[in-house]
Design a protein around this ligand. Structure first.
Ligand SMILES: Cc1cc2nc3c(=O)[nH]c(=O)nc-3n(C[C@H](O)[C@H](O)[C@H](O)COP(=O)(O)OP(=O)(O)OC[C@H]3O[C@@H](n4cnc5c(N)ncnc54)[C@H](O)[C@@H]3O)c2cc1C
Length: 512
């Protein structure tokens, strides 16, 4: 039995029940704003309410949620399920679950009593174990039906995107997040460029009615999505890395020149800083309200269109280690020039600050999350151009730097052993045992990522290409296409699928 939401945005198999007789409980109609208490600045919503609904309704009462994910289409139940967040190191932190004050959850109970239990959990300043488990639960405790969140009086922000060379990025990351409340960075390692989001609260007297309508979240013509995909498939098939670099640079230039969809008044971008109300700047979701016939326009990731198809590696690295991780990526990029051009087509590496949380399986300490999106072949046995470089970055993040995978993103490899990094994972499992002793809300996948059963690594032909395993033999890559299992270039302990070309004249092998 699993809870599914209106759109189901998570990438791993979180929503899938096992077998053929599994039950899916939808929260699509659990979509009411229950109450807004202006005086106490609290909002109570049913769990299927979207972030867009919540932000809009709160704004009507002059209230705002300070830190949220950037995409408006997520539901409250879903984003709590995976610990979703925005970017800050300030105040109560970047994750929505750290702003929850009350939660109602329906848990199944045991066979003996035959009844489900409705529980109301509170965060009243004292650390309540059950609340700390329910804040981020992967949906294994039962169904969250209602959530009460703490809000703030509506405020204004001032946003400037500043493009700089990335030579001192590794030194900047530790301090930048403390200097600006809503700081984040978009990094284009192949272009040695980084875009800093200089973003702070300003007095409500400062004029401005800015809006953020991120182009990546706007309704896009389905034909354009198909054309983009065909272009990338052709570039992959013909090894046209130069084409990818040109396309990536063009995409980046357009985004920078159009201020990533920021406008000063809802229509035009006339220059920085863009000043506006929190509800208009904190997140975007143009394609939620655009024309919804997928034959004409769609959200870019809509599976009904034969458009974008990608992997997403999203891993948080403790702030104290972020500097070294960035330097390792820079070393890799300098050894294999052009190897990271493919990222630019998907808007580079988004780096967001995430704060340590008391949620048992929430973020463990203040960290920097690296969000990396990249081409995925429709054929699981076809490697990507520079397959090895992104595999090495993924393994470095997880195994060298002990990074934590975002529960709602990532490939199997990123979850291998991750649960051991959560010091209170045992406490989480105790609450799970109490709330759902029969494991009715658990699935093979949730058991695997929670370390309750093996099988996260699936060893078979070509398994490393899809992130199902770390290769240990050539057959886990694509030997017939020249991709063999080799050590990493910077992280020697990594094992990655590397293109090894055999030269006819000398019969020697050269690693590309
Ligand atoms: C375009 C896009 C942008 C994104 N942006 C961000 C971002 O800025 N920051 C970020 O952190 N993440 C982001 N994500 C990832 C996203 O936050 C997570 O995948 C999120 O969990 C998805 O929410 P959903 O409502 O679609 O839930 P689903 O993916 O449907 O569900 C997630 C989990 O929660 C469980 N669940 C859902 N509702 C309930 C309930 N009522 N009770 C109990 N369990 C429940 C489900 O069973 C499942 O295990 C983004 C994803 C996409 C596709």
């Amino acid at each position: 039995m699993r809870v599914a939401t209106r759109y189901s945005h998570s990438i791993p198999k979180l929503v899938c029940p096992d077998g053929e007789d599994g039950l899916i409980i939808s929260t699509e109609n659990l979509n009411r704003i229950v109450n807004i208490d202006k005086e106490k600045m609290l909002v109570t919503v049913e769990s299927g309410v979207t972030l867009m609904q919540l932000i809009d309704e709160a704004a009507k009462s002059g209230l705002a949620l300070p830190y949220t994910p950037y995409w408006l289409g997520l539901t409250i139940g879903g984003l709590l399920g995976t610990g979703a967040h925005g970017s800050t190191l300030w105040a109560d932190g970047s994750a929505i679950h750290d702003h929850v004050v009350q939660m109602r959850i329906v848990t199944p109970g045991s066979h003996e009593d035959g009844y489900a239990t409705v529980r109301t959990l509170e965060d009243n300043g004292e650390l309540d174990g059950e609340m700390m488990a329910a804040k981020v639960s992967l949906g294994v405790l039962g169904v969250i039906s209602q959530v009460t969140l703490k809000l703030q009086p509506m405020f204004k922000r001032s946003v400037t995107f500043l493009t700089k060379n990335d030579s001192d990025l590794s030194d900047q990351v530790a301090t930048f997040g403390r200097q600006h409340e809503f700081a984040d960075m978009i990094w284009y390692p192949s272009q040695n460029r980084v875009v800093y989001r200089i973003d702070d609260r300003v007095s409500s007297n400062v004029s401005g009615n800015g809006l953020w309508d991120h182009p990546g979240f706007r309704a896009t013509p389905s034909l354009a999505l198909i054309a983009l995909r065909l272009t990338e498939e052709l570039q992959e098939a013909t090894g046209d890395i130069t084409g990818k670099c040109i396309g990536g640079k063009l995409t980046t230039d357009i985004l920078i020149n159009t201020a990533y969809g920021l406008t000063n008044n809802g229509l035009l971008f006339t220059g920085y800083p863009v000043i506006g109300y929190q509800n208009r700047l904190q997140a975007s979701g143009g394609c939620l309200t655009g024309l919804i016939d997928a034959k004409i326009t769609a959200c870019r990731w809509d599976p009904r269109v034969n458009g974008l198809f990608f992997h997403q590696t999203t891993i948080s690295i403790a702030l104290s280690k972020a500097k070294d991780f960035i330097q390792d990526i820079q070393k890799l990029a300098s050894i294999a020039a052009q190897s990271l051009c493919g990222l630019d087509i998907y808007n580079g590496i988004l780096m967001r600050y995430v704060t340590g949380s008391n949620a048992y399986i929430g973020e463990q300490e203040d960290s920097l999350e690296f969000d990396i999106t990249y081409y995925r072949s429709k054929d699981p046995k076809t490697p990507r151009l520079f397959e090895d470089v992104l595999e090495e970055i993924e393994q470095m993040a997880v195994f060298k730097y002990g990074g934590l995978p975002h529960w709602g993103k990532n490939r199997n490899v990123a979850f291998e052993g991750a649960i051991k990094e959560y010091k209170n994972a045992g406490e989480f499992l105790k609450v799970k045992e109490k709330y759902d002793p029969l494991g009715l809300f658990s699935s093979e996948w949730t058991d695997q990522v929670l370390g309750l059963r093996g099988g996260l690594t699936i060893v078979k032909e070509g398994c490393a290409l899809e992130g199902l395993c770390v290769c240990s033999e050539d057959i886990h890559c694509a030997p017939e296409k020249g991709y063999l299992c080799r050590p990493g270039k910077v992280f020697q302990d990594a094992r990655v699928c590397t293109l090894v070309q055999v030269s006819n004249q000398s019969s020697s092998k050269a690693e590309l």
